[in-house]
Design a protein around this ligand. Structure first.
Ligand code: BES
Ligand code: MN
Ligand code: ZN
Length: 485
């Protein structure tokens, strides 16, 4: 979907649908008053006979004499309209647009002043919610040609000084779309090779980008024993994908590291059958860092960025790694594998060690790492863990700015002893209590002295079978990098 800024009044719009917001019980609407008389009259009549009051989520459809559809969206009382509600309501009205085959929409929700939502956030929310609603997965589905309807273009009313918010949201949307594409594609298509090809494509179509892909033989030579152990049970060779964006001269890069388990069966510690298909999303961290990379490259931000994706499939076969194995990681530290289903940390520890070779100023890793994170935070917030002062706040605040929210969990050393074992430097599971935090503790042992944060997105990267991948937390990552630039 293409997003552009407009500053003209609704009567100048040439699009299939014009979206106008109305707060509950307001008795007039300045934007409707710019439209032709017949629309104004119909609207007044509906207000007068209480057919439409602007209650949250209520919609009213009117048509101009030239056939343009005017969709009036009830926003409820202004003082009750939170960022969440504006996001959800924009999605709702955009879904109506898509369903009614309006391929171009002009959105004037941004022309209103919201008591609870600042102006920058308002522009971003409307763009992000519209593009979210416009996305449709169709990669592996046969549609009848006349059954496909999309919003192709969003023209969003943009207040003075907010064009860059719209530009940023547009780049975020492109990154989110890439992320959802990768995560939604099935594991027989989106395997490590596919991820590598997709990343190569992004590097080749954007300025200032480079890509390097480490193959198994090279990783073997380097001694990435933890990452390679996980991939051994799969016929699809593991890849370490390294994307570089150079927009910041000699500055130290930011590093994003993504868990790219293209399918997680659990390995020999096999997962139960029901819903195992959902483990195709276990590369959600990788998808989100690739999406963020794409957005940064589109915006040509003045920073340097390294994006590292560990793309690996966790399968059980005769050569698979087993519970009881002790492997040596790239850092030299040894790990006793007590559960082959705790594979994410095994691939991330080697990718995190590798990331440090680029001397990054900050490292963020993104991973659908633990079911326990879904228990703790549900589908609303990603879990942030760090030992660097201020870093969690920078990440969480960036998330607030784009309604892609996160929350901090403690990474206290008190949890570390849950990883102790007789047979290696550490074991790869920490037992039942605080499963999300002990996974973070495991990773912390490979990031000593770094400005590093771990972000568990097990609950936020996807929603349910119908909705699929959410594209989170691409916008949070991009906003964080924009704020640091
Ligand atoms: N990919 C899963 C985590 C996950 C579970 C993500 C459910 C999204 C939804 C991860 O590899 C895993 O299996 N983690 C185990 C760790 C345990 C064995 C210590 C888990 O969460 O059960
Ligand atoms: Mn697993
Ligand atoms: Zn996993």
């Amino acid at each position: 979907m293409n997003i552009s800024s407009i500053t003209h009044a609704p009567d100048q719009c040439k699009s299939d649908m014009i979206i106008i917001g109305h707060f509950q019980d307001d008795n007039s609407n300045a934007h409707i008053n710019t439209l032709e008389q017949s629309i104004q009259d119909q609207f007044k009549a509906r207000l007068a006979n209480k057919d439409f009051s602007g209650k949250s989520g209520q919609t009213l459809t009117l048509y101009s004499t030239s056939g343009t559809r005017v969709e009036i969206l009830g926003l409820g009382k202004n003082d009750k309209c939170s960022p969440s509600s504006l996001y959800t309501l924009t999605q709702k009205v955009s879904a109506i647009a898509a369903k009614s085959r309006c391929s171009s929409v002009c959105n004037y929700l941004t022309a209103l002043n919201f008591e609870q939502i600042n102006n920058t956030l308002k522009h971003k929310l409307v763009c992000l919610a519209t593009s979210h609603a416009a996305y449709r997965y169709e990669d592996t589905k046969n549609f009848k040609a006349d059954n496909v309807h999309h919003i192709e273009s969003l023209q969003v009313f943009t207040e003075d000084g907010h064009a860059s918010a719209v530009e940023q949201a547009s780049a975020m949307s492109a990154g989110i779309e890439a992320c959802r594409h990768l995560a939604n594609n099935p594991p027989n298509i989106c395997n490590p090779q596919y991820m590598a090809d997709y990343a190569t494509d992004i590097a080749n179509t954007h300025d200032r980008c480079e890509i390097n892909i480490l193959e198994e033989a090279q990783m073997e030579e380097m001694g990435m024993g933890a990452l390679l152990a996980v991939g051994r049970g799969s016929v699809n060779p593991s890849k370490l994908i390294v994307l570089k964006y150079n927009g910041g001269g000699d500055a130290k890069p930011f590093a994003l590291v993504g868990k790219g388990i293209t399918f997680d069966t659990g390995g020999i510690s096999l997962k139960p059958g029901p819903n195992m298909d959902e483990m195709k999303y276990d590369m959600g961290g990788a998808a989100s860092v690739i999406g963020a990379f794409k957005a940064v490259a589109e915006l040509q931000l003045p920073i340097n960025l390294i994006t590292i994706v560990a793309a690996v499939e966790n399968m059980p076969d005769g050569d698979a790694y087993r519970p009881g194995d002790v492997v040596t990681s790239y850092s030299g530290k040894t790990i006793e594998v007590l559960n082959t289903d705790a594979e994410g940390r095994m691939i991330l520890c080697d990718a995190l060690t590798y990331a440090q070779e680029f001397e990054p100023q900050v490292i963020l890793d993104l991973a659908t790492l633990t079911g326990a994170c879904v228990v703790a935070l549900g589908h609303h917030a990603s879990g942030v863990m760090t030992k660097t002062d201020g870093l969690a706040a920078d990440i969480i605040n960036a998330g607030q700015e784009v309604h892609d929210r996160a929350w901090e969990l403690p990474l206290w050393d008190d949890y570390q002893k849950q990883l102790d074992t007789t047979f290696a430097d550490m074991k790869n599971i920490g037992g039942f209590p605080a499963g999300t935090i002990t996974a973070g503790c495991f990773l912390s042992r490979f990031t000593d002295g770094q400005n590093w944060a771990h972000i568990d997105i097990a609950g936020t990267a996807w929603n349910n079978k119908k909705q699929g991948a959410t594209g989170r937390p691409v916008s949070m990552l991009v906003q964080y990098l924009i704020n640091q630039a």
